[in-house]
Design a protein around this ligand. Structure first.
Ligand SMILES: [Zn+2]
Length: 271
């Protein structure tokens, strides 16, 4: 993994200054919510270990960094790490992987990196930022997408609340999640309170299981009437059902991120 050194800190400061820009608003809030949920569940020892890595920064803000560097030439390769493409008939045990990596290999890589005692503080900070980000990404069902429509990117969607339309991927990335003027912290608390026993039980750390779950949601994601010219018109009830799915995925991602970080930073605490 290459170091980004001096570039990292000015960029972080810039984002903190800008706050949540409109073009990233919901997508960024999704990432923030996952980290904020994780912070409610990780052990005190894990929290301390993380504080030592990121100093006075907020992990919920650092977890946005990977989305913002992917167009920087130095980090070009990282743009492939946010998703994995797999067709309906393919199995995770045997499918064609992208040679520059995907979200599954990136999660494995950064999870291993965070166990590596040789890492510099800067590398550890980057690894933590990438790992926290990708745990959220893999839970967004269209980040485990079909090749033919590039994870929903080539499907235009229209719905009453958004007459200008968007593509299906954007819809699931950011537009479904309507936080109703709650801050990410308030929203993460609200989601945290809705958690069930089943979700607690789903707090396992097998990245393949997470990817399989996302892929298995396609029957809902593509459940809309397709009109001509590859344009879909979605109903208010589709949006409502989708919002419930996204909220469950965010909650699971948060619980699982806490579990993974405890495994890394507080393995004995989990016994
Ligand atoms: Zn991403």
């Amino acid at each position: 993994m290459k170091k980004i050194g001096r570039l990292f800190f000015p960029l972080i400061s810039l984002w903190l200054l800008l706050g949540s820009s409109t073009c990233y608003a919901f997508g960024a809030d999704g990432h923030r919510i996952v980290v904020l949920i994780a912070q409610e569940h990780m052990s005190a020892k894990t929290k301390k270990a993380i504080d030592r890595i990121i100093d006075n920064d907020e992990l919920s803000e650092l977890s946005l960094w990977p989305d913002r560097i992917r167009y920087i030439p130095k980090w070009q390769q990282s743009k492939y790490w946010h998703y994995v493409s797999i067709d309906d008939g393919e199995q995770f045990t045997d499918f064609k992987r992208h040679s520059d990596g995907d979200v599954l290999s990136a999660l494995e890589y950064f999870y291993a990196q965070l166990h590596n005692p040789e890492l510099s503080k800067q590398q550890r900070r980057e690894a933590l930022s990438f790992f926290s980000h990708f745990v959220a990404d893999i839970h967004q069902p269209l980040h485990v997408g079909r090749r033919a429509d590039r994870g929903g990117n080539t499907i235009r969607v229209k719905w009453p609340d958004h007459p200008r339309g968007a593509n299906l991927h954007q819809l699931w990335d950011s537009l479904i999640l309507n936080t109703e003027n709650k801050t990410p912290r308030q929203y993460s608390r609200h989601l945290n309170q809705t958690r069930t026993r089943q979700q607690e039980a789903g707090r396992q750390t097998d990245f393949l299981v997470w990817a399989r779950e996302s892929k298995a949601l396609r029957h809902h994601i593509y459940d809309f009437p397709q009109t001509r010219y590859n344009r879909a018109i979605v109903s208010a009830s589709y949006i409502e059902r989708s919002k419930a799915i996204i909220e469950k995925r965010l909650l699971l991602a948060g619980l699982r991120l806490a579990e993974c970080l405890d495994q890394i930073f507080d393995p004995e605490g989990r016994m």
